[in-house]
Design a protein around this ligand. Structure first.
Ligand code: AMP
Length: 161
């Protein structure tokens, strides 16, 4: 089964994805993790996205679609959990094309949610524990706003499917 985890930052997508990796042997595809790796490696792309991520804005669709395509092309079987991707309608359409071209299907999109104050509290705590530099209150609020503006429309998109 290939599934998409949707939900605002802090809803628990990464946590649930890691449970599914352990319990069901699924493959977690987190664009946030991939972008942080690129940033830490100091690659040209990593340097390009660093500022955008620091603000809590979305990096371009082309970059994240490219990252996902590369990962999927390296896996023979499915069992993917998309965590933090897609985040725009353009990415969702890109994902449909990629999955089709590798003869994979998408079985479920699951929406996780928690009250915004709880989300912000969780992320502030995560920032203190992990040192993630975008887990500070102004940037967290921006990431929540962007979720509602750009990603929430995907709830209708997947409901229709
Ligand atoms: P996350 O770990 O999913 O919270 O992502 C951290 C940051 O990486 C986001 O705030 C964005 O700047 C960037 N990012 C992650 N996934 C995407 C995506 N699918 N589209 C655009 N930007 C993304």
């Amino acid at each position: 089964m290939n599934i998409i985890l949707l939900g605002p930052p802090g809803a628990g997508k990464g946590t649930q994805a890691r449970h599914l990796v352990e319990k069901r042997n699924m493959i977690q595809l987190s664009t946030g993790d991939m972008l942080r790796e690129a940033k830490d490696s100091g690659s040209e792309m990593g340097n390009r996205v660093a500022e955008v991520m620091a603000r809590g804005d979305l990096v371009t669709d082309d970059i994240v679609i490219g990252l996902i395509k590369e990962k999927i092309s390296g896996e023979k079987q499915g069992g993917f959990i998309f965590d933090g991707f897609p985040r725009t309608l353009n990415q969702a359409n890109g994902l449909e094309k990629i999955m089709g071209s590798f003869k994979h299907s998408l079985e479920r999109a699951i929406s996780l949610y928690a009250d915004e104050d709880a989300l912000v509290d969780r992320l502030i705590k995560r920032g203190e524990d992990s040192g993630r530099s975008d887990d500070t209150s102004n940037i967290i609020r921006n990431r929540q706003k962007i979720y509602w503006q750009q990603t929430a429309p995907l709830l209708d998109f997947y409901e229709e499917r």
